[in-house]
Every structure is written in structure tokens, then in C-alpha cells.
Ligand binder design. Structure first.
Ligand SMILES: [Zn+2]
Ligand SMILES: [Zn+2]
Length: 216
């Protein structure tokens, strides 16, 4: 069991289940706006800036062994395009569902499992402490899952020019003279294959060429 025995009800991501009660089937809906905690998102890629508003919508449902929490978090995430490195913003909407168990649930409901099974299961289980639960680990996991691992500023972002690093989306006609020369060579080659023309850019054909005519 995680050592979170002393949850602070004043922490923004700690919720109180006293009002909900322990009668199975009881429901409570609530919304809360919090300031994003530090490092909410995918480190170094995209995330919600610390202190930015995060809207939480929660539905608490009392069940036999604990409280089932279903919810959505909405916030504005920031990062940079993996292709062109431009800063980008995106609307984050992260859904989550998590079971918070009463610490005494094992004693009440189910038969004792093998000790080894218990130990493994407890690693991932979240618990209600004194009627409180901490949503922070759930929110963190949900946000990471909802964010793109490779955010792009637009689906067809052409990225950066391999020659000079210019952002191609800003300048679709971007080109360099070196590229033009290669194109001219290809066009010249195509021309000489057609007409048997000589072209200064295609040496092999130039040997066989008989006509110096230019067609530009
Ligand atoms: Zn981009
Ligand atoms: Zn360039």
C-alpha cells in the first residue's frame, strides 16, 4: 500500500468522500478548477504549464469496496512541433476512471487471497484514507495518455528545410539554387534522351551529342 496515510484535505487534488457516504449506489458529481501541478504532461515534449487552470469534472460512485471515480480533465497544453519546432498549444481532454478502495475492504467483502497475490495487487491499488482520496497520480497518468507523443503544429507540417533549417510551412516555395541546378540537370537529361541533345550537366550524353541547340 502506498504510504499516503496523511492526506491533506486542503490540497487541490485531494477529494472528500464524506458527503458521498458509504452506501453502495450513492452518486456525487462535482467540478473543481485547480492550478496545474508541476510536470503535468510528457517531460520535454508537451504538457500543461505549472499553475495553468485545469478543469476537473468528477463523478463519484460508492461501491462495496470503495469509491469508483470517473472523470475528465480539461486544460491547455503547450509544447513544440516535433517536425518544425514551432511552439504549439493544444486542447487537452483526458478521461480517467479509477477505483479507490477502503483500507478495510479486504476484511469486509472478499475472501483472503494468497499473500503473494495481495502484495502484487497492492502495488497498483489506490486507497481512501480517512474519507479522502488523492487524484494526483490518476490525473498524471490520464494526461500523459491523452497527450500526443509526437505533437505537430498541423497534420501535414512539412518540417524544416534540410539545407538551411527554414520552416517550410512559412514558405512553401522555399528553395535553394543547388536544388535548381540538380533539377536543371534532370530536365536536361530528359531532354537529351528525347532529342539526343547535348547537355552540359549530363556528361555521358554530352559525348554522344551532336547538336548544341538550347531550348530555354
Ligand atoms: Zn510544425
Ligand atoms: Zn532552405
Amino acid at each position: 500500500m502506498a504510504p499516503n496515510a496523511h492526506l491533506d484535505h486542503r490540497k487541490p487534488l485531494v477529494f472528500d468522500t464524506h458527503e458521498l457516504g458509504r452506501r453502495p449506489g450513492a452518486l456525487q458529481r462535482l467540478t473543481r478548477e485547480i492550478d496545474a501541478p508541476k510536470d503535468l504532461g510528457i517531460a520535454g515534449v508537451v504538457g500543461v504549464p505549472e499553475g495553468a487552470p485545469v478543469e476537473l469534472e468528477l463523478r463519484l460512485e460508492s461501491v462495496m469496496e470503495g469509491v469508483l471515480v470517473t472523470g475528465t480533465a480539461r486544460a491547455q497544453a503547450e509544447g513544440e512541433c516535433v517536425r518544425c519546432l514551432e511552439p504549439l498549444e493544444l486542447e487537452l481532454e483526458a478521461d480517467f476512471q479509477e477505483m479507490f478502495s477502503y483500507p478495510d475492504a479486504d476484511d469486509r467483502g472478499r475472501p483472503k487471497a494468497e499473500p503473494t497475490d495481495d502484495a502484487e495487487e497492492d502495488e497498483d491499488r489506490l486507497f481512501i484514507e480517512d474519507g479522502l482520496f488523492d487524484l494526483e497520480p490518476v490525473l498524471r497518468d490520464a494526461v500523459v495518455l491523452a497527450l500526443p507523443m509526437q505533437p505537430v503544429c498541423q497534420d501535414d507540417c512539412p518540417g524544416l528545410c534540410s539545407e538551411c533549417g527554414a520552416r517550410l510551412a512559412d514558405d512553401p516555395d522555399h528553395h535553394h539554387d543547388a536544388v535548381d541546378i540538380r533539377w536543371a540537370a534532370l530536365q536536361g537529361l530528359a531532354g537529351s534522351l528525347e532529342d539526343g541533345e547535348k547537355d552540359e550537366m549530363s556528361g555521358a550524353e554530352a559525348e554522344a551529342g551532336v547538336d548544341e541547340k538550347q531550348e530555354k
